[in-house]
Design a protein around this ligand. Structure first.
Ligand code: ADP
Ligand code: ASP
Ligand code: MG
Length: 413
């Protein structure tokens, strides 16, 4: 019997009615003859509410306690969905992340899954039950409760799907698929029928919150078909797979953006060779994600290093660097907050050298200053002022005509 993993995000389980509706979507797949594992997020904005509760007590909550608090959100939903399934005559069992065997590294607030012990889930599935698992949570080797980072329920779902060799993983959410850009902010954003793992991974890493980046990474590594679809409407979603055959003539597939970016600059690095690697080792040891990196040499022959980080990691970054100032050998650090990243992604870029130039021209026409740039074969990222983020993304989206399907290139012979 084939197994399907379904995941319902916060808005899709935001009320008792929505939980009842999610239960009917699960039962449909049971009636189609599948076994089903369901992963759920906390109801509506519960996770944000819990964070606010903690903020009412302290500015710097202990990370272990924070994980303990936040995992309660998902625990509410698993019990309610399991009750809804049973009240509709469907046999089910609710499980926390640790009951489902999800083991993670020993890091609070953004742990990676290291292993999934599937025996208990398999036993329950064999008994004909739907297994309802709390997303976003796991347990480390010391039996400490951990979380996978905001939006991490997607990763739970994909990780379970690959551990259980599921036929596919469906991510049910409040949009009916992956769009060319966030439809909540960008006029003319258009639903994509398909997108490749690599493109989706870039979009997710560059701020497209529709999928957690690690979920895409997992799906890619295990060649797992992943769909993003509406939890309300019964229509086809977007399929994420190895090579997206659809619209393959598109050069740019999507525009992603992300606010609250900080540019950190380390001045006067004494040793260009060992200094740079030592800085990034310190940041990696502190689990700080660094994005765009720019190295420059001043006329006085000293080296400066700029990199972008998320504002939420500013204090950790500052203290990690300052604590190691002597060893790293730099003169001072400075940062500029209030920035945002706007990026274009598309696998067709590799063979189209004018794409980056077109993006920079559009931003120049809008008089939007570019503070940092990074490019790869399938993306171009720019850092701009935060208040220019949406206008920049809109202008770029318009410029590449993403609102309409582009005509197929004419074949010449
Ligand atoms: P869930 O609670 O179901 O996990 P999220 O809020 O995490 O839902 O993700 C869905 C949201 O992602 C959408 O409401 C949309 O605003 C946002 N989003 C950002 N970029 C995109 C995109 N390229 N395509 C679709 N949705 C996007
Ligand atoms: N509830 C968590 C969050 O809001 C995890 C998730 O929704 O995926 O980030
Ligand atoms: Mg999400």
């Amino acid at each position: 019997m084939s197994l399907i993993v379904q995941k319902f995000g916060g808005t899709s389980v935001g009320s008792v009615e929505k939980i009842q509706h999610a239960a009917t979507r699960v039962i449909q797949e049971i009636q189609n003859g599948h076994q089903v594992v369901v992963v759920v997020s906390a109801m509506g904005k519960t996770t944000d509410d819990l964070i606010r509760l903690a903020a009412g007590i302290t500015d710097s909550p202990n990370k272990r306690d924070m994980d303990m608090l936040l995992t309660t959100g998902e625990q509410m939903t698993i019990s309610l969905l399991s009750m809804a399934l049973q009240s509709k005559g469907c046999s089910s069992v609710s499980m926390t992340g640790w009951q489902a065997g999800i083991q993670t590294e020993a890091v609070h607030s953004k742990a990676r899954i290291t292993h999934i012990e599937t025996a208990r889930m398999k036993e329950e599935l064999e008994k004909g039950k739907v297994v309802v698992v709390a997303g976003f949570q796991g347990m480390d080797e010391n039996f400490e409760i951990t979380t996978l980072g905001r939006g991490g329920s997607d990763t739970t779902a994909v990780a379970l799907a690959s551990a259980l060799s599921a036929q596919r993983c469906d991510i049910f959410t409040d949009v009916d698929g992956v769009y060319t850009s966030d439809p909540r902010f960008i006029k003319g954003a258009r639903k994509l029928e398909g997108i490749s793992y690599d493109e989706m991974l870039e979009l997710a890493n560059l701020g497209a919150g529709v999928l957690h980046p690690r979920a895409v990474e997992y799906a890619k590594n295990h060649s797992l078909p992943l769909t993003v679809r509406s939890s309300i409407e019964e229509i086809e979603g977007t399929l994420i797979e190895e090579e997206s055959k659809l619209e393959e003539n598109l050069v740019v597939r999507g525009v992603a953006f992300e606010g609250d970016i900080v540019r950190m600059t380390v001045y006067g690095l004494e040793n260009e060779v060992t200094g740079i690697s030592a800085i990034f080792s310190v940041l990696a040891d502190n689990h700080i994600n660094v994005d765009i990196i720019i190295q420059s040499r001043t006329e006085l022959n000293s080296t400066n290093l700029s990199f972008s980080i998320k504002e939420a990691e500013l204090e950790e970054t500052r203290s990690a660097l300052l604590q190691n100032k002597e060893r790293l050998g730099f003169s001072k650090i400075e940062h500029e907050a209030g920035l945002a990243k706007v990026s274009i992604v598309g696998s067709g870029m590799v063979s189209n050298p004018g794409v980056a130039a077109q993006m920079f021209e559009v931003l120049a026409e809008q008089e939007i200053a570019i503070k940092m740039i990074s490019t790869s074969e399938i993306k171009v990222s720019t850092v701009v002022e935060m208040d220019k983020m949406i206008p920049a993304a809109q202008a770029v989206h318009d410029s590449f005509s993403l609102a309409s399907l582009q005509p197929k290139p004419q074949l010449t012979n």
